[in-house]
Design a protein around this ligand. Structure first.
Ligand SMILES: [Zn+2]
Length: 309
């Protein structure tokens, strides 16, 4: 158990714990890295939930060196000119853009849509947060720290990203009371698919000293529940922690299964149905060759020679 875990348990002997043995019983493989998605509220452990889960993950990582990564996204650093659902009235744009500051790994909060645990995780001792201006990960363990720091500006969910590292290392995803709609790993499949609307996408984001475009920003992910039809062979185990249903998923198997579907005549499989989502509608248009590139930002700011991913 980590030093942090020992300290918390000693000062609060009544606190509920999650043990490494519980994680192992779920089908997690010692020494393999983990990506963790969690809905802390559904864990049912009250204020003990975040420290108990963190300590268990830190202990898991320290014991076998697998490393743990957690999404640490902060997409409020993206240009309000790129908002499409709904778009911002043009006269409000200058004031809203002036409110957007550059990403700072130490102080920029994780977006509240990701829940409480990612924000708690990135603040803990020994955790390293990446530097991508809107889609950083946080990690604990040497391999995880290196992976989050190596995330590229472009294709932030691509082969060189922490998700690509998880795939290469045959890592796993731990879903604590979450479903496939938050399965970030599916964005890797969308990025490396043969007909990738992700690689055709550019977003404008605030950086120190101004604005910058990055390409390879992900789609909305709201249709990721469709992966329930194919993910069976990738599920390594199921169980409970606290009141939460927990699923362990093998990363490589899941991505390969999703890729097989995307590559064989169904490139829009992970997109929302047409006419239901402005973000996915743009990707549908690109797949139908009705547009060359998908821009999120003011047309006046689009560079004349777009980068291709
Ligand atoms: Zn969508």
């Amino acid at each position: 158990m980590s030093e942090h875990a020992r300290r918390v348990v000693l000062t609060d002997p009544g606190r509920r714990e999650i043990t490494v043995g519980q994680l192992e019983a779920l089908g997690l493989r010692p020494g393999r890295p983990l990506l963790v998605h969690t809905s802390l509220r559904r864990l049912g452990m009250g204020r003990d939930g975040a420290p108990a889960l963190f300590d268990a993950l830190a202990a898991w990582s320290a014991r076998d060196g697998g490393g743990v990564i957690v999404p640490s996204f902060s997409w409020e650093t993206e240009d309000p000119a790129g908002w499409i659902d709904p778009p911002l009235p043009r006269h409000e744009l200058p004031a809203r853009q002036a409110m957007v500051g550059p990403f700072d790994p130490a102080s920029t909060p994780v977006h509240t849509e990701l829940g409480f645990f990612p924000e708690y995780f990135r603040r803990q001792p020994g955790v390293t947060r990446g530097t991508h201006p809107s889609l950083a990960f946080a990690g604990i363990g040497d391999g995880a720290a290196a992976a989050v720091l190596a995330q590229p500006m472009h294709l932030p969910f691509g082969p060189e990203s922490p998700l690509g590292w998880l795939y290469e290392q045959s890592g796993q995803v731990l879903m604590v009371a979450t479903d496939l709609t938050t399965m970030t790993l599916l964005h890797l499949a969308e990025t490396i698919a043969p007909r990738s609307y992700v690689r055709a996408t550019s977003r404008r984001v605030r950086v120190v000293g101004g604005w910058a475009w990055y390409h390879g920003g992900p789609s909305c992910g709201k249709a990721f529940g469709r992966a329930a039809a194919i993910w069976g062979p990738a599920v390594a185990g199921r169980g409970r922690i606290g009141q939460a249903e927990v699923t362990a998923v093998n990363a490589r198997e899941l991505v390969d299964l999703a890729l097989a579907r995307l590559a064989t005549g169904d490139p829009a499989w992970l997109l929302c149905d047409q006419g239901t989502c402005p973000c996915c509608d743009r990707a549908h248009s690109w797949l139908r060759a009705e547009t060359d590139h998908i821009w999120y930002g003011d047309p006046a700011d689009i560079p004349s020679a777009p980068r291709q991913g």
